[in-house]
Design a protein around this ligand. Structure first.
Ligand SMILES: [Zn+2]
Length: 164
């Protein structure tokens, strides 16, 4: 687990994204099934499909309501993803294949937030825009981390000893 955490921490994504992936790997997201286990609610069925219990894998890629979304994303083979019973194994597989891991993490973050927004009746990105939106967010976070050292350099270069 420590090795996995180091790999997640090394991803060039925002900390909130790393934390969410880590929680998903540890099965500590407040999915409906986890809330039933904690005796917070009694019905663990998924709000989207209303058929199956909502565990982490169901909420993020197993739900039939997400089928079209995952099928349209050619980077990851949905048929293969659906075979994973635990998110931990799935993420390990994505890491091992080095298949756009950061984009995958961003997509997972967006899908989880979309799920929460829908539950709260808040506006959220339509499913067919999630991938595009995730790519944009990734570009933004990369450009902001890249611009930081340049900014520091500029500051250092322009600083001169104040005159009396
Ligand atoms: Zn479902």
């Amino acid at each position: 687990m420590k090795l996995l955490w180091n790999k997640i921490w090394g991803l060039k994504v925002q900390n909130k994204v790393k934390h969410l992936v880590w929680k998903a790997c540890k099965n500590s997201l407040p999915t409906k099934l986890n809330l039933v286990r904690r005796k917070v609610i009694t019905d663990g069925r998924c709000d989207s499909c209303k058929q199956q219990h909502e565990d982490v894998t169901h909420a993020l890629y197993g739900c039939p309501a997400l089928d079209d979304f995952w099928k349209q994303t050619k980077t990851w083979n949905h048929g293969v993803l659906k075979k994973f019973i635990s998110f931990l194994d799935l993420f390990d597989f994505i890491l091992a294949g080095n298949s756009e891991v950061e984009l995958f993490a961003m997509v997972i973050w967006n899908l989880w937030n979309r799920r929460n927004n829908l539950k709260l009746g808040k506006p959220s990105h339509p499913l067919d825009k999630v991938l595009e939106h995730s790519r944009e967010q990734l570009l933004e976070s990369h450009s902001s981390t890249l611009s930081l050292p340049i900014h520091r350099q500029q500051q250092a270069a322009t600083w001169t000893t104040p005159e009396q």
